[in-house]
Design a protein around this ligand. Structure first.
Ligand code: 5GP
Length: 120
C-alpha cells in the first residue's frame, strides 16, 4: 500500500466505525456515504475500504477487482439516486492544487440540481 497513509484521517475512522456516517451503499471493496457538508442536494463520497492516500496511489496499487468494484459502486450511487438522465458530477481532489483535505482517496458524487460551470 502506501507508507505515508495516515491511519488517523477521518475516513479511516469511519471505516473502523469509530466515527459514524450516513451509509448509502457498499460492496466488498468500497463504501458510499453522505458528505457531512453537502455542496448539492446529492453529495455522496465513495471511498475504497483499503488505505490509499489519493487517486494515483489507488490506481497504481489497487487490484483489478478492487478498481472494478470501486467504480461500479460510483455507478451504483448514480443509479441509486436515479441521476443518470438529469446528470451528475464526479470530482476527486488530489494534492495542494486540488485542495484535497482528507488524505484517503475519495470521489465526490454531486447532483440533484444544475451544478453550474465546473470552476467558477
Ligand atoms: P476533499 O476536500 O478532501 O476532496 O473532501 C473531503 C470531504 O469530506 C469534504 O467534502 C467534507 O465535507 C467531507 N468530510 C469531512 N469530514 C467528514 C466526516 O466526518 N464525515 C463525512 N461524512 N464527511 C466528511
Amino acid at each position: 500500500m502506501n507508507a505515508s497513509y495516515d491511519n488517523n484521517n477521518i475516513f479511516a475512522k469511519i471505516l473502523r466505525s469509530e466515527v459514524p456516517c450516513n451509509k448509502v451503499i457498499e460492496n466488498e471493496y468500497a463504501i458510499a456515504f453522505s458528505d457531512i457538508n453537502p455542496q448539492a442536494p446529492l453529495h455522496v463520497l465513495v471511498i475504497p475500504k483499503n488505505p490509499y492516500v489519493n487517486f494515483h496511489e489507488f490506481t497504481k496499487h489497487a487490484s483489478i477487482d478492487e478498481l472494478n468494484l470501486f467504480w461500479k459502486l460510483v455507478k451504483d450511487v448514480i443509479d441509486h439516486f436515479k441521476c443518470e438522465n438529469k446528470g451528475f458530477r464526479l470530482i476527486t481532489n488530489s494534492g495542494s492544487d486540488g485542495n484535497q483535505d482528507v488524505p484517503h482517496f475519495h470521489v465526490h458524487v454531486l447532483g440533484g440540481k444544475n451544478l453550474g460551470r465546473m470552476i467558477n
